[in-house]
Design a protein around this ligand. Structure first.
Ligand code: GLU
Length: 328
């Protein structure tokens, strides 16, 4: 049997409500041991070992926790202590942590993120089956080389492509564009595809010695947006700005000028989109060459921020960063 380490980080999967039907609850209350014990039959899938990595709602994840989580998983694989890893995680920022790990794990072994939309003691809690399926994927040799996989609601998503698309629905996660990586039904796993972009063992962003990431802000574009936020970001030390732009990464003309000034001062400006799906291409309505911008290609703003932080941590210049957005 494969050895699967389950790293608990908190979230709703470890949440507790006042009653089985209460919608109000506290996330990150239950330890990883009881979470595993609540999943019937899961120990028949793999040799399991639970480890409490942190206990937090994922809105409180940080670059410090990301770096130490990646270092912990790399250490487990390097020491040969696990064949696969499951991370239980809050759903709010699972897409960011997942993409960070997708770029920073130096192994082809499976790394799976899972979570839940309902607290552990709710009527029809979704956590136990999600954890069961996650362990099945982490113990599956066919999962090797597919990068970090988010397993939730019977679906397998590539960590690069997945995003939270609903605030409360059990079917909260979608992978717009590329679609699902596969499905899992009571531990029976099927794959539809393999990620085509660079990840994990092929990634250049291995950073076990790093404990912090450079500051990158996300600015949300809207009708009548003020340039104040651009100036605030720059004067407060942001080394990068990601714009959640309009449509194909557009911004009002005053913002374009303010961002061009930021870019001229050495801040890396990435144009992403607030739309939720589709690509942001160079030079459509915005002259990226003249203004000194990077186009996010397929990454949403929060994933663009992760990649930009890693690029800045590795000292890449603007053209190398644009190249990274096409390769990762
Ligand atoms: N806000 C909490 C978190 O992201 C709960 C959301 C969830 O896990 O579903 O950890």
């Amino acid at each position: 049997m494969q050895r699967v380490r389950i790293l608990g980080t908190g979230g709703t999967i470890a949440g507790e409500a006042a009653s089985e039907t209460a919608s109000r609850y506290r996330s990150a209350e239950i330890g990883v041991g009881p979470l595993i014990a609540a999943v019937p039959g899961v120990r028949s899938l793999a040799i399991l070992h639970g480890e409490q990595f942190s206990q937090t709602g994922s809105q409180d994840m940080s670059d410090i926790l990301w770096c130490s989580l990646a270092a912990r998983i790399n250490a487990l694989f390097n020491a040969g202590e696990a064949d696969g890893v499951v991370v239980t995680h809050g759903t709010d920022t699972a897409e960011e942590t997942g993409y960070f790990l997708h770029l920073c794990i130096d192994s082809r072994n499976p790394v799976v993120l899972t979570g839940a939309m309902r607290p552990a003691n709710s009527l029809s809690a979704d956590g136990p089956l999600n954890l069961y399926n996650a362990v099945a994927v982490a113990a599956d040799r066919n999962a090797h080389g597919r990068g970090v996989i988010v397993v939730i609601n019977d679906d397998l998503h590539c960590a690069r492509d997945v995003t939270k698309g609903n605030t409360t629905d059990v079917h909260a996660f979608v992978s717009p564009g590329p679609g699902l990586l596969g499905t899992a039904s009571f531990g029976k796993v099927r794959y539809f595809r393999t990620p085509s972009r660079c990840h994990t063992a092929d990634s250049e962003f291995l950073m076990d010695n790093m404990t912090r990431l450079p500051r990158v802000d996300i600015l949300y574009a809207y009708t009548g947006m003020s340039t104040d936020c651009v100036r605030d970001s720059v004067s407060n030390g942001a080394r990068g700005i990601v714009v959640a732009g309009l449509g194909n990464g557009n911004v009002p003309i005053s913002i374009a000028h303010a961002l061009a000034d930021a870019a001229a001062s050495g801040v890396i400006v990435v144009r992403s989109t607030r739309v939720g799906s589709g690509e942001v291409a160079r030079g459509i309505e915005v002259d990226d060459d003249a203004l000194g911008f990077v186009a996010a290609d397929q990454l949403n703003p929060q994933k663009s921020r992760v990649l930009l932080q890693l690029c800045l941590a590795h000292g890449k210049d603007r053209s190398a960063i644009q190249d990274a957005f096409y390769r990762y």
